[in-house]
Design a protein around this ligand. Structure first.
Ligand SMILES: O=C(O)CCC(=O)C(=O)O
Ligand SMILES: [Fe+2]
Length: 162
């Protein structure tokens, strides 16, 4: 799989690998009792390669382009309350490659159960070069921020390292 192939599929003029060292290429591991809560991505495009499914649950659910034109809080609230009719549920099989625009589409991994963890590889792309998450976002998602996150936010990196 090359960046060129993905770029051609998405037909984007502005297209770069996400430069965030914690989030550019990751394997998402989800175990029994958890999932991945409703969220929007920071990056524009995500390529997901399904590796292993859980025994039950773990579907990928999304509300397509729900905040494309505005934050659309009323509809977002319905999704969070489980009363929206805008949600699509997708059951990916190992080997499936998904191209997903997550910045404007609220999405989650539904809670899963069973002994087998769910694995997916995720490669992220953005429309601006050298883009990384804010320190707050990096800590929310990955439990830590690196010097590059603080530097890009205009903070002294060494002021935050233990
Ligand atoms: O595990 C997945 O299928 C998607 C996870 C996700 O939404 C993300 O990492 O932003
Ligand atoms: Fe996401």
């Amino acid at each position: 799989m090359t960046d060129g192939f993905i770029r051609e599929c998405l037909q984007k003029k502005h297209f770069y690998r996400y430069a965030d060292p914690l989030a550019d290429v990751i394997v998402n591991v989800t175990n029994e009792g958890s999932g991945f809560p409703w969220h929007f991505d920071t990056n524009n495009f995500t390529v997901t390669l399904a590796i292993q499914n859980a025994e039950q649950g773990g579907e990928f659910e999304y509300a397509s382009n729900i905040r494309k034109h505005s934050e659309n809080f009323d509809e977002v609230t319905k999704v969070l309350d489980g009363t929206s009719d805008l949600v699509t549920s997708l059951n990916l099989e190992p080997g499936d490659l998904q191209l997903f625009k997550g910045r404007y589409s609220l999405h989650r991994v539904a809670p899963l159960s069973g002994n087998r963890p769910r694995y997916v590889a995720i490669i992220s792309y953005v429309e601006e070069p050298n883009m990384v998450a804010t320190p707050e976002r990096a800590i929310q998602l990955y439990g830590k921020a690196l010097p590059i996150h603080y530097q890009r936010a205009g903070m002294r990196a060494d002021a935050f390292i233990d």
